[in-house]
Design a protein around this ligand. Structure first.
Ligand SMILES: *Cc1c(COP(=O)(O)O)cnc(C)c1O
Length: 385
């Protein structure tokens, strides 16, 4: 099976991890702060907090912003469950905003409309999680304007978007958000096996996220409740978790980050080959907005239901029979039993529903070779003819 995505691991990666295994520290050594430093430089954000997954990063981001019972967190439903679960972890209520028909990212018009209604009902969100679907940046400038006008915080879920840029600035710079979160799961732009990171330009938020990720334990002498504390002393000052990244994972993340530009070049080349080869087929291709450059985490086409309502599913089945691991990203979150029980009405999200019914992700990852891509193109052409 040619998967839709997979990691690209080479000898440097293996060597870096082996070195940690025979060193003094498997966790909390020098690789974690080095990886944080490297990410903060790459993304041009001042602070980076490494954790054991993007899910944990989203959770500590919400905690640091003070999300709690009685608050609302909004996001788009065309995403992975973690984008919304972070709100539930904090006891907040979750609600969804419809998406833009072209990109699948949150729709600024739908957001504005929902904000007007929510202001009337005094149910404005405290946090908006903005997903950069497939690696394509969302309309951050307009979203920031709405955030300032209506007084909510913005977390960018950039799990797909390491290496993308928006208005000539790297995603992760936090120019338009309080916090940006990345995932290093093996299918994502770079991997640390499991891992995630939260970036911010706010020193207070960075400090609080670090505390929440490390049991709420304070060791900074200046912040302890006693003077002249002995060396062994520490205090738990709030309830935190053990969400730390290990040095083994950070070592892999570091060597992977050095190859990010190479990976991005491969993904761009794959996207442009698909673009040329599939032009004549009855499918809708993903497009890059003029002020954006995508990280091409996913190459998701749209297969409109022309002759029958299950066009996409027919293509899905055909491709899978041919051992091409196409995938659907994503099932709208309100379709999952956990969220649907809360009474969401799919008809309130017409663009999310359309996108869901038509989308199909084709294999797109650095190790996909020309022959494999040609095979995918041939099989897709057969499936649609
Ligand atoms: C993968 C993913 C996550 C979760 O990442 P983990 O590192 O596996 O916790 C969150 N949001 C989106 C959009 C993702 O694709």
């Amino acid at each position: 099976m040619i998967p839709y995505s997979r990691q690209a691991i080479d000898d440097d990666d293996v060597e870096a991890v082996l070195q940690v295994l025979s060193s003094d520290y498997l966790t909390q050594g020098k690789r974690v702060p080095r990886f944080e430093q490297a990410m903060s430089e790459y993304c041009q954000a001042e602070f980076a907090v490494a954790v054991n997954s993007a899910t944990s990063a989203l959770h500590v981001a919400c905690l640091a912003l003070g999300l709690a019972r009685g608050d609302w967190l909004w996001t788009s439903a065309m995403t992975f469950v973690a984008s919304a679960n972070c709100g539930v972890y904090c006891g907040a209520e979750v609600d969804f905003v419809d998406i833009d028909a072209k990109t699948g990212n949150i729709s600024v018009a739908a957001l504005e409309h929902k904000l007007v209604v929510a202001r009337g009902e005094k149910r404005l969100p405290k946090i908006l999680v903005v997903v950069h679907l497939a690696g394509m940046p969302a309309e951050m400038q307009q979203i920031r304007q709405l955030a300032d006008e209506y007084g909510f915080y913005v977390i960018e879920d950039a799990s797909h978007a390491l290496g993308a840029s928006y208005r000539n600035r790297p995603v992760g710079s936090c120019d338009y958000s309080e916090i940006t979160v990345f995932s290093f799961h093996p299918v994502k732009p770079i991997t640390s096996a499991e891992g995630g990171m939260a970036l911010t330009c706010d020193a207070g938020l960075a400090k609080r996220m670090r505390l929440f990720a490390n049991h709420g334990i304070e060791r900074d002498a200046d912040r302890l409740s006693i003077d002249d504390a002995p060396g062994w002393y520490y205090e738990q000052v709030m309830l935190g978790y053990n969400y730390r990244m290990s040095d083994l994972h950070a070592a892999l993340g570091l060597t992977q980050l050095q190859k990010l530009e190479k990976f991005l070049d491969k993904r761009r080349a794959i996207a442009s080959s698909y673009d040329q080869a599939l032009q004549h087929l009855p499918v809708v291709m993903p497009v890059e907005a003029t002020h954006c450059s995508s990280a091409w985490h996913l190459f998701s086409i749209r297969i409109p239901a022309i002759e029958s309502s299950d066009s996409r599913d027919r293509v899905y089945r055909y491709m899978r029979e041919q051992d091409v691991g196409v995938q659907v990203h994503y099932i709208p979150l309100y379709h999952h039993p956990y969220y649907s029980r809360q009474g969401f009405v799919p008809a309130s999200y017409p663009q999310t529903e359309n996108y869901f019914n038509e989308t199909l992700s084709l294999p797109c990852f650095p190790g996909l070779d020309k022959m494999q891509q040609q095979f995918v193109i041939e099989k897709l052409t057969e499936a649609l003819s």
